[in-house]
Design a binder for this molecule. Structure first.
Ligand code: AMP
Ligand code: ZN
Ligand code: FE
Ligand code: FE
Length: 285
């Protein structure tokens, strides 16, 4: 069994439709993938409609969260939620709020870039997002397509990264509330890439311990952005806190170089996730 529990489709900021994503999974020899688009479950019905037989798909989400820090900006954190009930009213309302905030935030980032003489077009950004919750990768592609950056990576490092004057924060959920909401909706919460340091500040062990108390299921230990020493540290920490360890690629299609299936999760861990969830069963034959 080869299991990849973190992928993005074009329903957020990946480039594959859910059908193409599932075809890519089969071509890579995977048996199970989770669909974890940012702040949306819009791809779930397409998975149900187009899933090739033999591939199991775990419906999920990657929720935009933050961990508060006294006297400083909160630390951005991503929380994976699996197999929850998408109709749960409070959780659904949070996703609606997060998506709405992304729209105003992207508009403001485009406005700032234009005011500084970088002629990115808001219409083009919206065309690229094609109705998905708009994110920085969509802005990066617009910059590349209009010749204002050579690559998506350069668009991020020159214009879109945290610390850049065009960067605007988006709304997020306190990560402890995120854990509780996912559990309340019958889902299983896993902290995504906890030590992806190149994205900015990361949370300390104390925060992760607090999340374990709040109902966190596991840590995404094997992730392309994690150093070997950080993976070792997270494995020890997970053991101490009684958390499970997952591995995933965080595949984004052509928006990132990472191939699907680059990191994987043990079958026993998937069994534990399915055993704990009460919201939505996996899509399977
Ligand atoms: P946002 O959700 O709008 O803040 O954008 C964050 C998304 O941008 C995440 O999915 C990241 O994986 C992606 N991202 C961050 N840095 C880069 C980069 N250098 N190249 C491609 N994607 C990136
Ligand atoms: Zn993304
Ligand atoms: Fe993430
Ligand atoms: Fe992701």
């Amino acid at each position: 069994m080869r299991i990849d529990l973190h992928t993005h489709s074009a329903r957020s900021d990946g480039t594959d439709t859910p059908a193409q994503l599932m075809a890519a999974a089969i071509a890579a020899g995977l048996d199970v993938i989770a669909l974890t688009d940012h702040d949306t479950t819009a791809g779930w019905s397409e998975v149900a409609a187009h899933r090739p037989s033999g591939l199991i798909v775990v419906p999920g989400v990657e929720l935009s969260c933050a961990s508060p820090v006294a006297g400083a900006h909160a630390i951005g954190v991503h929380l994976l939620g699996y197999l929850f009930d998408r109709e749960h009213p409070a959780f659904r309302a949070e996703r609606v709020r997060l998506r709405a905030s992304r729209f105003g935030r992207a508009e403001e980032m485009v406005r700032r870039m234009r005011a500084a003489g970088l002629p990115i077009e808001w219409e083009q950004v919206q065309e690229i997002a094609a109705g998905a919750p708009v994110g920085r990768p969509h802005m990066a592609l617009a910059l590349v397509r209009s010749g204002l950056a050579r690559t998506v990576d350069e668009a991020f490092s020159e214009h879109l990264n945290h610390g850049n004057p065009y960067y605007v924060r988006k709304a997020d959920v306190d990560v402890r509330d995120g854990v509780r909401l996912i559990r309340a909706a019958g889902g299983v919460p896993v902290l995504a890439h906890p030590l992806a340091r190149r994205r900015g500040r990361v949370v300390g062990d104390d925060v992760i311990a607090g999340l374990a108390t709040a109902g966190l299921f596991g840590l995404e230990v094997d992730h392309p952005d994690h150093l070997d020493e950080d993976r070792r540290h997270l494995r020890v920490l997970a053991h101490e806190l009684g958390l499970f360890c997952t591995g995933s690629s965080d595949y984004h299609g052509r928006n990132k170089p990472t191939p699907i299936g680059m990191c994987a999760t043990d079958p026993g861990v998937l069994d534990a996730i399915v055993g704990l969830a009460t919201g939505t069963p996996p899509y399977a034959d």
